[in-house]
Design a protein around this ligand. Structure first.
Ligand code: ADP
Ligand code: MG
Length: 211
């Protein structure tokens, strides 16, 4: 079965649901070392996406990513809005004109993550969403290169995403608002890493359901 954009409403709903279900916990994290608005920022984005989801269904993946990227950029405030916007628009650019199979998806995802690094001037180890997204992108590429079945790849992706979240706990933030706290950022999980993991989990579950 190939994964079509007709699944987007279900994916958007699943991501919105998992963020809502964990809103209190993530906001508590964000209040420790951020300004506490991260969940609200994402919720605004999901609300906008939900309203426009009918326009997304039927597009090819690169066109859908482009459109989602533009919506995300204009509705999610804060650092995460421009970073996820850049991620999606870069995925679109990388995959444009190609048939999106697993290899193209993995390539586009990696390019998207690279664009976050560039825009945020950050890399792994700085206590951000990149501590989840980079290992996920690498695991995806490895899975495709080794021709693992999708179920195995999804399980591995979700495992490294959880490890990435946990790894942020003992890091000292050097990027974003948490960096203002320096040493005091230690001992707290990064909210953006946590939401990245949750959204990946939600999309993975939708894909698994349709395998
Ligand atoms: P803001 O920090 O502007 O209030 P959000 O609260 O929406 O934005 O998002 C904060 C999250 O964004 C952080 O938890 C972190 O994961 C991520 N982040 C912040 N700055 C960067 C950066 N320079 N590079 C990568 N990710 C970042
Ligand atoms: Mg914030």
């Amino acid at each position: 079965m190939s994964i079509e954009t007709s699944l987007l409403p279900e994916m958007i709903a699943a991501m919105e649901q998992i963020i809502n279900d964990n809103a209190e916990q993530v906001t508590a994290l964000d209040q420790e070392i951020g300004d506490g608005d991260h969940v609200y920022n994402l919720q605004r984005g999901f609300e906008a996406l939900r309203k426009k989801q009918d326009e997304l269904v039927g597009l090819d993946w690169p066109s859908a990513w482009q459109k989602i990227g533009m919506i995300v950029m204009s509705t999610i405030g804060g650092a995460s809005g421009s970073l996820y916007g850049s991620f999606l628009v870069t995925m679109a650019k990388t995959a444009k004109g190609k048939d999106v199979d697993a290899a193209v998806f993995a390539e586009a995802f990696m390019a998207g993550v690279e664009s976050i690094k560039k825009r945020g001037r950050a890399d792994v180890g700085e206590k951000t969403m990149l501590d989840v997204l980079v290992p996920v992108a690498q695991t995806l590429q490895k899975g495709v290169a080794q021709q693992q079945d999708l179920k195995t790849v999804l399980a591995e992706i979700n495992a490294v995403a959880e490890q990435g979240v946990e790894a942020t706990r003992d890091m000292i933030a050097t990027k974003g608002r948490a960096s203002f706290l320096g040493e005091r950022s230690k001992g707290h999980i990064d909210a953006g890493a946590q939401t990245a993991q949750l959204m990946i989990k939600a999309v993975s579950e939708v894909i698994e359901k349709h395998l």
